[in-house]
Design a protein around this ligand. Structure first.
Ligand SMILES: Nc1ncnc2c1ncn2[C@@H]1O[C@H](COP(=O)(O)OP(=O)(O)OP(=O)(O)O)[C@@H](O)[C@H]1O
Ligand SMILES: [Mg+2]
Length: 281
């Protein structure tokens, strides 16, 4: 069984009318099946309101299914009494690093998770060192998080999750509030964790350029997973993506337009190098 598995997962937010009576809501996610293997890098795309965050919150039991089941490392989130165990295995990183950093010194902040888990003091410091090194922030350990750039803050937040030794890390638009440089730093850190530490990564993003590195891309629309494939398979379908109100990476779009104009270029070009090679052939 995969590290994250879902079967017919559905979720409905309960809505109340003015008199406090429960209203019939619509499904934020519906019939979602997943089987994410350990060590994979999954990117999740979808237009606003398509259900990405709702799905992500199921992966560390911030929300519990109203239909179907979601398992983290074989344990159903609905049955597990100790939610902390699930949240330790599947850590979550959100959009705004300011809401995730609570310590006044970087190293304290990163140590907070393992401390809460009851990890022994010596081991906490080792974990703090390791995780800060992994995201390239070890030299900032004594700094105040307030004075860091957005990208640096977000890397500290990721180190905080890593210090809990998760098997899986779910990032919900971690770069949305960052400048291009911060986005690059964070994406680099996330890729390193995936490649070197074999951490399963689930990255929700609106930046198509960040999707290119994923093993698999899931596209969501109206609460369902409507497309699944490698980045190349997904981005070969420019017209289908348009239907789901999604873009493709700029270079992919350029290649697509050139092809429509009669150039002999394959679909699903993902990088500038690939386009250059295709044109020069
Ligand atoms: N707390 C809530 N109460 C009621 N409805 C909600 C709540 N949160 C989200 N929804 C609804 O559930 C659906 C899915 O929302 P969700 O936040 O999961 O989408 P998303 O894909 O993450 O969107 P975005 O790209 O804007 O972050 C939307 O229709 C949204 O309006
Ligand atoms: Mg969202």
């Amino acid at each position: 069984m995969g590290i994250i598995k879902a079967k017919k997962l559905g979720f409905e937010y309960v809505k109340y009318d003015d008199n406090g009576n429960v209203q019939e809501g619509s499904h934020a996610i519906e019939s979602v099946d997943l089987d994410i293997k350990e060590g994979q890098f999954i990117a999740v795309l979808g237009h606003n309101g398509s259900g990405k965050s709702t799905l992500a919150k199921h992966m560390n039991a911030l929300l519990l299914p109203t239909e179907g089941t979601l398992w983290v490392d074989g344990t159903s989130t609905a049955e597990e009494e100790d939610l902390w165990k699930i949240r330790q295995k599947a850590g979550m990183v959100f959009q705004n690093p300011d809401n995730q950093i609570i310590g006044t010194v970087v190293e304290e902040d990163v140590g907070f998770g393992p401390e809460n888990m009851g990890v022994a003091t010596d081991d906490i410091w080792k974990r703090v060192d390791d995780s800060l090194a992994k995201v390239g922030m070890i030299s900032y350990r004594h700094h105040s998080p307030n004075k860091l750039s957005g990208g640096q803050k977000q890397r500290v937040a990721i180190a905080g999750v890593m210090a809990m030794h998760p098997r899986c890390i779910i990032l919900d638009e971690p770069t949305a509030m960052l400048d291009p440089n911060g986005r690059k730093e964070v994406l680099h850190a996330v890729r390193e964790l995936n490649e070197k530490e074999n951490v399963t990564v689930i990255l929700i993003t609106h930046y198509m350029e960040e999707v290119v590195y994923a093993d698999k891309v899931y596209v969501m629309d109206q609460g369902q997973i409507v497309m699944k494939g490698t980045p190349r398979e997904i981005f070969s379908q420019v017209e289908t993506l348009k239907k789901y109100r999604l873009d493709v990476p700029q270079v992919t779009l350029l290649a697509h337009e050139l092809k429509l104009a009669g150039a002999e270029i394959p679909e699903g070009i993902l990088t500038i190098e690939e386009l250059v090679n295709a044109i020069c052939q």
